[in-house]
Write a protein that binds this ligand. Sequence first.
Ligand code: AP5
Length: 216
Amino acid sequence: MKILFLGPPGAGKGTHASIVASQLNIPQISTGAILREAMSEETALGKTAKDFVDKGLLVPDDIIIDLVRERIARDDCKDGYILDGFPRTVAQAESLDGISQLDAIINIELDDESIVKRLSGRRVCKDCGATYHLSRLGNRVLCEQCSGDLIQRNDDKAETVLNRLTVYHSQTAPLVEYYKGSGRMYALDGALPIEEGGRILSGILQNVHVNAGAAN
Ligand code: AP5
């Protein structure tokens, strides 16, 4: 199955994408995570991306499109994949249409005020990238999966979050209109507790799977 998670920053794309990826045993392709890894390794891609990511701006389309094209051509994507954070411009969506057809687009909806609250409290593992929120961390200061240090992402600082929201509304929100006519877009309320959202999502994906089977 090929699934896209769409939605504003902090809506829960990465959280749900990682759960579904392990349930379906297909890779989660997060362009944000790929860029962060490149930045921490200071590769050529990382050095170019840093100026954009740290300001909350989008990395140029041609760089991102090449990166995703190469990633989904790999062997581990032959049974499907989950796109988390790509496409986020109409140009990226049009390029993706030329490479692959998505089975489901999950549009996670969340208002700006909740997003600011969520992102200011997000902490991520420096080593494995697992995501947490201060409100649920209790006394824990290390990652429960790999014991790495928990840090705040550079682009989760208040001013950058506001820039990311502006960029989302101007450049990524038009994708909701873009995919509306496809008959493959499903809305998910990002304000629901993660477990409840996950149950609703499982039901949606089950139907997509059954319908895909019936169509073949
Ligand atoms: P990226 O990493 O994709 O960031 P984003 O889209 O801004 O998304 P986030 O990772 O911030 O949020 P999320 O929706 O995954 O939420 P999460 O599950 O973590 O991109 C970063 C940057 O890279 C971009 O700004 C851009 O510069 C560049 N980039 C990436 N892709 C690009 C592209 N295609 N083109 C150009 N540039 C690109 O959850 C957030 C928090 O909320 C967590 O603390 C989590 O624990 C908590 N939470 C999640 N769900 C719930 C819930 N239901 N209830 C309560 N808390 C919840």
